[in-house]
Design a protein around this ligand. Sequence first.
Ligand SMILES: Cc1ncc(CN)c(N)n1
Length: 225
Amino acid sequence: MKFTDSVFKRVEPIWESYMKHPFIQGLGDGTLDEEKFKHWLKQDYVYLIEYARLFSIGAAKSTDLKMMTTYADLANGTLHTEMDLHRSYAKQFNISEEELEQTEPAQTTVAYTSYMLNLAQQGGIENVIAAILTCTWSYSYIGLKLAEIEGVKDHPLYGEWVNMYASEEFSTFKEDCIQLMDTVAEGKTEEELNRLEDIIVKTSYYEYMFWEMAENLETWPVPVK
Ligand SMILES: Cc1ncc(CN)c(N)n1
């Protein structure tokens, strides 16, 4: 069995819980509060800047040219394809690109990106891909599941979101990440694999917390100027 198949069995209950989360349910039935979506949009934009940085660390730590090319392509896909979705929504909401980029990251955004960046700086290439995997894979999982709902792709506001994460292009990003993970998992000891699996479980929890952050319009406790 591939490493990612056995990891999926472990994280599946967490990922199933995303589909029951009020934010995702609201995306699916079109009732999601626009303010919550805008909060997600701004937080996710600054999250994706760090995510693109992680792919770039992956490129720098790659052990061969093929791997380096895949990481560089994934960084490019994040900075252009995925973040174009955010810029397009921002335009509809009259949020400028400067405002998007200057979003103050909320606690959960800081915690999640710091966790991934810390792992990526510390270890080898296996840490980088283990930290990144859940992000792309779980959004593809959610997008494809939401796309099964009749009419969801035609929703005037949230249809674009579902179309992006259920797209063939995004599925290819996911497949590339899964393949990178299985390649570096080859020949690792059980102890090493357990450590990588733990990273994927933790990032799966962080994904849940990110939906919670958006749903609850999370900010820091005491506002200061
Ligand atoms: C928090 C989060 N996780 C995953 C993705 C998909 N790249 C995202 N845009 N944002």
